[in-house]
Design a protein around this ligand. Structure first.
Ligand SMILES: Cc1cc2nc3c(=O)[nH]c(=O)nc-3n(C[C@H](O)[C@H](O)[C@H](O)COP(=O)(O)O)c2cc1C
Length: 489
């Protein structure tokens, strides 16, 4: 089996596995799709393909990524934990026998890396139909108005593609787009993000920034757009790595941007830094609250290209857990070895759904010296989008941080708040509505590890309560005989 290369392939694979539900009754993209999809997402239900959406000629797919299993299928792994392992094997380049040894081992791996570079193609499904000028319109898309107080319809699952005006390096970012009219949308890239950096570079040069927005394509591309990939690396390499082969790109019709050839639809256009920003939002957001209206750049549509028969892929966000949790989980699992390459003491980490990515991070460490937990929290606040982490809870290595109940139980038992809480300051995610200032907030690090004598704790530290294994095993056998115990405890 290989990773699906298009939304159509992904849907076919989901259907084979009984993980897709087709709905043929007509549905309304104004609030109704959310009201239908949210309970299904919350219940861990299937992907949904709405075949008849009022006002549009195309089906709408939602909740495609909404489970651990489907996210794995999208990225061609049986379990998301395998993602980290794959990346780790690529990163392991150290050999003890000097430089040559290192180079010899690295060479095949570097060759692997080259194999991930994108492939340029001439004919692309996403350009079967080309609409330019007056013909190009967003009206053909069943764009959702997700929640009652949303400022309008929003494109929610886009890959926004820009190129740095000097280096030409492309960025793929997932930034929602509020539809103002058939040819204009908001461009909600937060200031810390790749698209916003390209916008500033274009502004300095006094030129327009070409933008292309891909809808669909390889699920790996959809995922890569929301992955916090380092700025200097191109997401297309990540797509190639995840696909196990190069992602196919085609030149956009009205700009030099390279877009995923297998996309369902591509919106081409530009953002003009000389144009005043426009009110964007409110929007029912990942936090489960509305993000407030603010000013953002404006995207102008110049062309739409699409497959003859296309599907509109979308999502809704809201009170967690929603579909986006699984996109975040893929990032968490994939990036573990990268984190461990700078912080080898990290055994595992987890961002639970209710923490909405940036509000809460649990980290289990192999504690080696006094104050080690503080070193880890400070380092984390300095790693890419981890800079947004509002609360970091550090616990000892044996704690299963994938289970937030266990992590809290351990940490809350092990802290003396006055001694074990560190307050810091740093950049806030735009969605942190409680921040002291927009973009700037305080942070809390909680040292939930066992305290050592060198850390000033000279009383004995109690042990976890665990029954003697043989006695428990014998008791379990009896309980099972009496029908009081199910599976293998
Ligand atoms: C469904 C979804 C919607 C998102 N919407 C936005 C958004 O509107 N603005 C934003 O800056 N980030 C948004 N994000 C997060 C970014 O996609 C993420 O930070 C990504 O790393 C940005 O890519 P970049 O690092 O290349 O800028 C969203 C993520 C998801 C999963």
């Amino acid at each position: 089996m290989s990773a699906p290369e298009s939304i159509g392939e992904f849907i076919a694979a989901l259907e084979r596995q009984g993980q897709l539900r087709r709905i043929s009754e007509p549905v309304d993209p104004h609030l109704e799709v959310t009201a239908l999809a949210e309970p299904v997402m919350k219940a861990g239900g299937p992907a949904l393909l709405f075949e008849r959406v009022q006002g549009a000629d195309c089906p709408l797919a939602i909740n495609l990524f909404g489970s651990r299993e489907r996210m794995g299928l999208a990225l061609n792994v049986d379990d998301l934990d395998q993602l980290g392992g794959r990346l780790k094997s690529l990163m392991e380049m150290d050999l003890p026998d000097g430089l040559w040894g290192k180079i010899r081992t690295a060479l095949p791996k570097l060759k692997d890396l080259a194999a991930f570079a994108p492939k340029k193609v001439k004919d692309a499904p996403c350009q079967e139909v080309v609409l330019t000028g007056e013909q190009a319109s967003l009206e053909m898309l069943p764009v959702l108005t997700c929640w009652p107080q949303d400022a309008g319809p929003f494109i929610t699952l886009p890959q926004v593609i820009t190129a740095h005006p000097e280096t030409g390096k492309q960025n793929f970012g997932m930034y929602r787009m509020q539809v103002y009219d058939p040819r204009t949308t908001g461009m909600h890239w937060h200031r810390h993000k790749g698209g916003a950096a390209h916008y500033r570079a274009a502004q300095e040069k006094g030129q327009r920034l070409p933008v292309a927005v891909a809808l669909g394509g390889p699920p790996a591309a959809v995922y890569a757009a929301c992955a916090p990939f380092p700025e200097h690396l191109e997401e297309t390499m990540l797509m190639g790595f995840l696909l196990g082969k190069p992602v196919k790109l085609v030149k956009a019709v009205t700009s030099d941007l390279m877009v995923p050839a297998e996309a369902e639809v591509v919106l081409e256009g530009y953002v003009d830094p000389a144009e005043p920003w426009r009110r964007e939002g409110p929007f029912g957001d990942h936090t489960g609250f509305y993000s407030l209206a603010d000013d953002y750049p404006v995207f102008h549509l110049t062309a739409v290209t699409h497959r003859k028969k296309f599907i509109y892929p979308t999502t809704i966000v809201g009170r967690p857990p929603m579909e986006d949790f699984y996109l975040g989980l893929a990032t968490e699992r994939l990036f573990l070895p990268l984190l461990q390459s700078v912080l080898p003491e990290v055994r595992d980490y987890h961002m639970p759904a209710e923490g909405v990515f940036h509000n809460l991070v649990f980290v289990a460490i192999d504690k080696q010296y006094p104050g080690h937990a503080y070193k880890v929290m400070n380092a984390l606040w300095g790693q890419g989008q981890m800079m947004f982490a509002k609360v970091i809870v550090v616990v000892d290595a044996e704690v299963n941080v994938q289970d937030p109940v266990e992590a809290w139980w351990e940490a809350l038992n092990h802290i003396d708040p006055q001694r074990d809480v560190l307050f810091s300051r740093g950049p806030a995610d735009a969605l942190d509505h409680a921040a002291q200032l927009p973009w700037l907030h305080s942070k809390m690090g909680i040292d939930g590890t066992r305290k050592w004598p060198e850390e000033g704790f000279d009383r004995p530290w109690p042990e976890r309560i665990v029954m003697t294994p043989e006695i428990q095993a014998a008791a379990n056998a009896k309980l099972r005989k009496w029908g009081l115990l199910g599976g293998g405890r």
